[in-house]
Design a binder for this molecule. Structure first.
Ligand SMILES: N[C@@H](CCC(=O)N[C@@H](CS)C(=O)NCC(=O)O)C(=O)O
Length: 217
């Protein structure tokens, strides 16, 4: 499998964690979003959305290029049932999806790079104003999310082992920290983050450890 992604893209990071947790080997193919490589003809001819991640997979019928991180992760869990990311219990599966999709659907769209660029280029918004925008949308979803974790009395993970929810939470927290979001009143989330970051699968998937990270030593 080949994962076409960008080290700092939260959706690429999601997919890296999912593959690592499932123990599926993959090759990283960097796509530089700052150079708009995701909009090149070569890339969009394979992924009409022109975004990362894209996963090149081999099936009986030949190679298939897959787009849209959440669809890919759910497909991986069905095609490779070993080490499931979604719990077997229907109610727990619902909760994992409820919380993961809150992040994937409510947060990703207003905080995506093209939206931030549009605010800067079309409306002349400054980095400070974009930071206010970013933290506003984060708070709108992360506050109820922390309340849900409290209701569920979570410990190190949402359930016994990290899975579908943590795959979405960790990249969002990484991005939120880049924009100075304050997590001091979100102890449930911070505990899950710390427990995940102690695991080799999450460490290997982390943006700091990707070959296309310019700051990688
Ligand atoms: N819903 C898509 C969103 C993909 C997406 O927007 N990826 C971002 C990086 S996190 C991207 O490629 N942005 C550049 C662009 O859209 O031009 C998914 O979950 O895969």
């Amino acid at each position: 499998m080949k994962l076409f992604g960008y080290y700092r893209s939260s959706t690429s990071y999601r997919l890296r964690i999912a593959l690592e947790l499932k123990g599926i080997a993959f090759e990283n193919v960097p796509v530089n979003l700052l150079k708009t490589e995701q909009k090149s003809d070569a890339f969009t001819s394979r992924n009409a959305f022109g975004s990362v991640p894209m996963l090149e997979t081999e099936t009986d019928g030949g190679k298939v290029d897959r787009a849209q991180s959440m669809a890919i992760i759910e497909w991986l869990d069905e095609a490779y049932p070993e080490k499931p990311l979604l719990p077997a219990d229907t109610e727990q599966r619902y909760i994992a999806r409820e919380l993961a999709y809150a992040i994937a659907t409510e947060l990703h769209a207003p905080l995506n790079l093209p939206v931030l660029k549009y605010l800067a280029n079309e409306y002349g918004k400054s980095p400070e104003e974009i930071g206010i925008w970013y933290r506003h949308w984060l708070a709108r979803t992360l506050e109820p999310l922390e309340q849900r974790l409290d209701q569920l009395e979570t410990g190190d993970f949402l359930f016994a082992t990290p899975g579908f929810f943590e795959v979405c939470l960790l990249p969002q927290m990484y991005n939120a920290r880049r924009f100075d979001f304050d997590f001091s009143d979100k102890p449930r989330m911070e505990r899950i983050e710390a427990a995940c970051l102690a695991l080799p699968a999450f460490q290997r998937a982390h943006p700091d450890n990707q070959p296309d990270n310019p700051e990688k030593g």
